[in-house]
Design a protein around this ligand. Structure first.
Ligand code: C5P
Length: 301
């Protein structure tokens, strides 16, 4: 018995970060956008006690308690009060520690796959609650589409978005990741050093209107990420990557989440191919990927 699902990467079309909370998190207001770039997660019943994980992957991911997919299986097993004797196989396409929520996608995938494997009958809302305990982006990976996230990012609300044509993205990924907590900490430092008090986070009206119209230029103009300056301080070379994308004709350019991936908005599919070729030739990034959005959340394969 085994179940296979796909689980999407995400970009934040806008990410507004509030002050540091007493619990070490920041309240955010973000627009999550799921991408066609995805990992594939298969769970199978195992005769061995406990959870084992295999990853077909180019980077290094901890295959222990720190692995978010493993924690997802444990959390669901605990919730439905059964042993979590499963083997998890993950085919990773989403770059690791890239600001694309690949680890969260795997956790969301493992949750849905085990839910099917064990016939638990839990609702999407119960799964979303479990997902929210695992990480700030896991609930969104379950749901997909384009959604506003508030709280730590785990409270989700749908966005009224034009669906006539998909958005075409080019992703410039780096072989070396950035640590999300470090990027948040760096933003706090930058604010403290410049005497700036963080405002309450909000999604701009420009972004909401742009999504409703679906006009690519308007969406590009409304792209915003408070974490970008922190990612640039930690990885100054990203400025060259962003600049190369703009010079190559990207309609919009932004660091994705906590980085270091940079994402570029193209006019259409053909333009995204041209953009990917030019960016690749610029030599400013390690890997170029193309994706469309919005994509579905976790899906049975
Ligand atoms: O929730 P997740 O495990 O993905 O968060 C990783 C780290 O990123 C947190 O421990 C925290 O340092 C930082 N973070 C934050 N505010 C958020 C989300 C994440 O400060 N809203």
């Amino acid at each position: 018995m085994s179940v296979t699902v796909t689980a999407p990467a995400k970009v934040n079309l806008s990410l507004s970060v509030g002050p540091l909370r007493p619990d070490g998190y920041h309240d955010i207001a973000t627009v999550f956008h799921a991408l066609s770039l995805h990992d594939t997660v298969t769970v199978s019943e195992s005769d061995e006690p406990g959870i084992s994980i295999d990853m077909r992957v180019l980077g290094v991911v901890p295959v222990d308690q720190d692995n978010l997919a493993m924690r997802a299986v444990q959390a669901l097993a605990h919730y439905v009060n059964r042993p979590g004797n499963v083997h998890v196989n993950i085919i990773k396409r989403i770059p690791i520690a890239a600001g694309l929520a690949g680890g969260s996608a795997d956790a969301a995938g493992a949750l849905v796959a085990c839910n099917e494997l064990w016939h638990t009958g839990l609702s999407m809302s119960e799964l979303t609650d479990i997902a929210a305990t695992l990480g700030s982006d896991v609930a969104f990976a379950l749901r997909g589409g384009t959604m506003v996230g508030t709280g730590r990012g785990e409270r989700l609300a749908p966005v009224l978005a034009a669906t006539s044509s998909p958005l075409h993205w080019v992703i410039a990924a780096s072989g070396t990741g950035l640590s999300t907590p470090e990027v948040y900490r760096t933003l706090d430092d930058i604010r403290e050093q410049s005497g700036i008090d963080a405002d309450e986070p909000e999604v701009s009206l420009d972004m909401m209107l742009a999504l409703r119209s679906g006009v690519v230029d308007d969406i590009a103009a409304a792209l915003a990420n408070d974490l970008q300056q922190a990612a640039l301080r930690l990885r100054p070379s990203l400025a060259r990557t962003l600049q190369a994308g703009i010079e190559s004709g990207a309609v919009g350019a932004i660091v994705s989440g906590s980085g270091p991936s940079c994402v570029f908005l193209a006019r259409d599919a053909d333009h995204s191919v041209d953009l990917a070729v030019e960016l690749s030739a610029s030599g400013t990034c390690d890997t170029i990927l193309r994706a469309t959005g919005p994509a579905a959340g976790v899906q049975l394969a």
